[in-house]
Design a protein around this ligand. Sequence first.
Ligand code: GLN
Length: 472
Amino acid sequence: MEITKLSAVEIRKKILSGELSCKQTVESFLKQIEKNTAYNAVLEIFDDALAKAEEMDKKIAAGFKGKLAGVPVIIKDNILYEGKICSCGSKFLKNYRAQYNATVTDRLLAEGAVILGRANMDEFAMGSSTENSAFGITHNPIDFDRVPGGSSGGSACAVALDMCPIALGTETGGSVRQPASYCGIYGLKPSYGRISRYGVVAFASSLDQVGIFSKSIEDNALMLEVLAGEDENDETCSKQKVDDYSNFSDAKNLKIGVPAEILKMTKGLECEANFANFVDFLKACGLQVVPVSIKDIELALATYYILAPAEAASNLARFDGVKYTTRNADAKTLQQIYKKSRSEGFGKEVKRRIMLGNYVLSSGYYDAYYNKAKAVQGLLIDECNKAFESCDVMIMPTTLGEAFKIGSKPSDPVETYKEDVFTVTANIVGCPSLSIPFGKGKNLLPLGIQLFGKKFDEKTIFSLAKFIEEKR
Ligand code: GLN
């Protein structure tokens, strides 16, 4: 038996039945991480992982049966784990140690997970390739010369290469679904407010959510059960009841909506034929596919690249060389500390976002950009609600095509921003969306399709994904 190929659900079962020990399981995964260091998916293996596994074996022997009992997990480098470095892929935070646990970290530990390490990411989660990390590029698990996607590229690569069965990432505009698609695995962006962000370093607070990578639907659903639900430390976290996501419901009567605008947007792209194949496949499975409309979806990308930088400019003001971050050695006055530390600490893309964000928020431009983007957000929410009156789930491609080559994007950053054209809508309207692996591109690399659900209806998209998995 190859331990690292097992799903989280299988691992837990085998550990609880005594067929495997947690220590032996963690050892296998650590070996797998070490074997694949060239991919640069994991920035740090936590030195207490094995000791925690031994503790867990004792706890299990004493009757503990947590939902993740003994399951190894990797977390993105922007999620706080007390005492461990949390650098957000930035050299500015390279020495920052978490003072407390994020709520998601607490919930993982309470259910018996063993956290193996932290995964590489684009600096402050800004990017779509993990090329913006201050700690080197992560490679695509299937083709070493390509990107794994981003910003949670390390987490996605780690799951795809069996370094852990489940990993956590974060999403602001596609940072879980896009790398999941490029790495051929499942990636969930839950509804806004489904999972607490307490202790998750903020990028754009009105859009951010923790997301889940896995190789099986059961694992993804199980993880959402563990993480979701109200939190007194995060006011934006919903009090809505947490469903039993892994108790899949019957999907055969679901109505699947295909937005007409998506068909237009995919014209000529690599994803076009694959998306058409997916629609045919759903029909062949007996599902009802209906046309719907999200009239202004083409405005979503521009809207995102106003709202996200605006909020980032404000959130990143706290990194100033005084608290958290490293201080420039020559700075003498307070002004110099801010200026020199921020100039040397932040990478190029982060600086670009801060400038863009402050620009769209500056007096004279606030109405023209920020307020207009908020208005378009309102329109998109209304249009999605309307579309959901005639369907249960909408579908769209996750990416334009296959993972691109490392270093292949032109210097114009807008070319990279275009990568997010299909993913940002779910963040802007707050709906859940799951990228499932489906089909291959021209170089036989994986492609993904999004199952886009009604707000707080993760259960339906999981059930549909399960149905699809069984039909192929
Ligand atoms: N690629 C998008 C950006 O750079 C999304 C990032 C994210 O979801 N964290 O803003």
